[in-house]
Design a protein around this ligand. Sequence first.
Ligand code: NAD
Length: 249
Amino acid sequence: AARLAGKTTLVTGSAQGIGQAIAAHFESEGAEVWRGDLQPMDGERALHLDVSNEESWAKAIAEIKAGSGKLDILVNNAGIEWEKPLQDIPLGDWRKVMSVNVDGIFLGCRTAKPLMERRVEGRASVINISSVAGIVGFPDQVAYNTSKGAVRHLTKSLAVEWAAHGTPIRCNSIHPGCINTPMLAAAGEKWVAAGLIEGDSLMEAMGAMCPLNEVGDPSDIAWGAVYLASDEAKFVTGLELVIDGGFIA
Ligand code: NAD
């Protein structure tokens, strides 16, 4: 299928994990894909991007403008995981989580908007990757939970602000549950060390926490992103799309 034919897209945090899968699915649906990450990447349209940095965003969007002249879809996926109970969080670490997970999306939306809203037909699409942790609280991850809750509400705020101003950009969030990526593997090791989960296979033990009894694949999230990016979702804005195997059901 080529649901995204003719669409220019940017996916942040796309060197690995969920972002990499979203970029690959977009490409196979016919999109022109720019990828941005702190990590170096090979290939065409790969940008060095630190989402927490205002100048880095300005450079990335200028490069897309020069190369493609437009931007139809922005996926704000880059994020960092952080787990500590409240009393153990230095202010600097708290701010680091907020600067990547929240400032990163604020800056991305603000910098990309002028390029995204210049259209003759249809609506552009911003997709923000939050988490089930943005809807319910998980113990000992107050910074991460708070940042993802902010992503959820930033998304709703922009959805109604842009609609109210007639800005042709939709804005939705995706809330993944446990998805098999390097981030989840690292978190799982910490949970095992803390005695919160047990088992020989980490992913199996984490999957057992889900009603569907398995962790998800990055492609499970990527298919949701393809839908929200496509014109088939032209009437969808302000949605929180939960893809979690029933985790918070
Ligand atoms: P990951 O750690 O495997 O990949 C994240 C990518 O983001 C990496 O390539 C990293 O280099 C990049 N990145 C980090 N900081 C950056 C910055 N400042 N600027 C640009 N790029 C940066 O993580 P993942 O599991 O693929 O997670 C992707 C998103 O999904 C994150 O926002 C995460 O919070 C969210 N999420 C993941 C899960 C899960 O179970 N894996 C669950 C819920 C939400």
